[in-house]
Design a protein around this ligand. Structure first.
Ligand code: NAD
Ligand code: MN
Length: 484
């Protein structure tokens, strides 16, 4: 196999400055348009996973705080829901513009709170969060056209629980459609990444959003659990682990609370022998190492056609060895810090299981900082479909390679999962791509690209990856009652 260049590039460090960021030492709960202390008074630090240093203290909401937020939201909803859509849209436009204005600050805070490379928070998370608000701002006065010209009404108060992998972006995915449809929302950020949601609360104030329309309740699983169980909530939207999703679904069974779940995945990235292999390798890298692999739709099962297996693996390994792991604030960094000590130990446990079950592990050699949570990009070959690393979500920078001979086998193997969130297809043949895509049980299928997100496109799962769609007109439906 020929390697196109053997030149080694040296990079000087290019750290983004964090001097312009002004965080408070301590953040209360955002209820009824203002920050307040939690009733039971607990605060916990959120740390920078790249340094293990505390950044700020954040309130943990208890049941009384949840009730207060629900009451404020319930009081605010009728007026918000009765506003002409055009007027609600103006608020959403304002929020979108303010996110753009504060983009640099939001990107740095996202990176120090969660560990993702600044290049990603700056170029993906924050701009996409703004575009979700822009997109749904446009829908606010056209709701019925998103639902086959039927007459629609808001649901009321909705509770939204988000994970730590795309903190501001997930907040935007949840809040923008809910507000556009005339609902009011209570958002529960994840414990390790609450800060950008709290800055979003400040943005809601700057946008003069009426009090109670958005509440931000920081806290842990108990906070989320109390929100799920509170009276007057009409809908819960959850993104996170399948285990918690299942627990929430059980808690809401038999009630009239609507639910959408966006859960885990073990998505297949399928490389056919006729694909442009160098391009495919870039897509494989983006599919699994983007955001340290903390991506629900990560291309974590790499399916390669046997005839090109050796070539793809050799090219992939060459490419992986050039990934730069380290300081997330450095603009040259490709792979940042693992989000938390807990997540690092989950990844380590699954990787050990992969070795014990007989797969071959290769991790790139790289100098890792002394403090913080890190995991070197890792490739597993000789993986059997029954291995835990081929079945379970690792949610880290670890890719498992499987092979196939025929198109039918590729489809069968890709669908052999209890999950069905996304898939990638790499081929030069358009007809083959469409044929395979329509046979895959996956909510999103990318052709010759991966991890490509757009506010106009629906996102969501099959099987245990959950139900309901977010994004585009399909994302309006879970937040609307069809009246007639
Ligand atoms: P999690 O499901 O525990 O947390 C997600 C959110 O739910 C957080 O805001 C959390 O506080 C909240 N929560 C936790 N318990 C709750 C409960 N009983 N009721 C209501 N809300 C609750 O996820 P995690 O523990 O942070 O991560 C575990 C695994 O989940 C990861 O290794 C990964 O495999 C998967 N995960 C998937 C996604 C995704 O985008 N699909 C996101 C994060 C994690
Ligand atoms: Mn943090």
């Amino acid at each position: 196999m020929s390697i196109r260049t053997s030149v080694v590039w040296d990079y000087a460090p290019a750290p983004e400055s964090a001097d312009h960021v002004r965080l408070r030492d301590r953040y209360g709960l955002f209820i009824d348009g203002d920050f307040r202390d939690p009733v039971a008074g607990t605060y916990e630090p959120t740390i920078n996973p790249a340094t293990e240093e505390p950044i700020a203290e954040v309130a943990y909401a208890g049941p009384d705080d949840v009730s207060a937020a629900v009451e404020a939201a319930y009081a605010a909803q009728p007026k918000w829901g009765a506003l002409p859509g055009l007027e609600r849209g103006k608020y959403l436009y304002r929020i979108a513009r303010l996110i753009q204005e504060r983009a640099r600050e939001l990107a740095v805070v996202e990176t120090i709170d969660g560990g993702k490379p600044l290049r990603e928070s700056r170029d993906v998370d924050i701009p996409l969060a703004a575009s979700h608000f822009f997109h749904y701002a446009g829908w606010a006065d056209k709701l019925r056209y998103g639902v086959n010209a039927r007459e629609v009404a808001p649901l009321g108060v909705v509770g939204q629980i988000v994970p730590w992998n795309f903190p501001l972006l997930m907040a935007a995915w949840k809040l923008a459609p809910a507000l556009a449809c005339g609902n009011v929302a209570i958002l529960k950020p994840a414990e390790t990444t609450p800060l950008t949601a709290l800055l979003l609360a400040e943005i809601c104030q700057e946008a003069e959003l009426p009090p109670g329309v958005v509440s931000i309740l920081t806290g842990n699983g108990d906070t989320g659990s109390a929100l799920v169980r509170s009276n007057k909530i009409k809908k819960i939207a959850f993104t996170g682990s399948t285990a918690v999703g299942r627990e929430i679904q059980a808690a809401l069974a038999g009630t009239d609370v609507r639910l959408t779940l966006e859960l885990g995945g073990k998505s297949a990235n399928i490389v056919f022998e006729d694909a442009a292999l160098d391009q495919a390798v870039e897509g494989i890298v983006n599919g699994i190492f983007f955001n340290q692999g903390h991506v629900c739709c990560a291309g974590s099962r790499l399916l390669i056609q046997e005839s090109v297996r050796d070539e793809v693996i050799a090219k992939l390994w060459q490419r992986m060895r050039r990934l730069r792991v380290g300081d997330p604030l450095d603009k040259n960094t490709d792979v940042g810090a693992i989000n938390s000590a807990e997540q690092l130990s989950r990844i380590e446990a699954l990787v050990v299981a992969g070795e014990e079950e007989g797969a071959t592990r290769q991790s790139i050699e790289c100098e890792l900082p002394e403090r913080g949570y890190w995991f070197a990009p890792t490739l597993f070959t000789d993986v059997s479909p029954a291995h835990r690393i081929a079945v379970e979500e690792i949610f880290g920078p670890v890719v498992s390679v499987l092979t196939f001979r025929t198109q039918a086998e590729a489809i069968e193997k890709a669908n052999n999962s209890r999950y069905g969130l996304a898939a990638g297809i790499w081929t030069d043949k358009g007809a083959k791509a469409f044929e395979v895509a329509s046979a895959l049980q996956a909510g999103v299928v990318w052709q010759n690209t991966y991890n490509h997100f757009d506010p106009t496109a629906a996102f969501g799962g099959y099987k245990e990856s959950g139900f309901g769609r977010e994004g585009g007109p399909a994302g309006l439906r879970p937040y609307l009652e069809v009246v007639r």
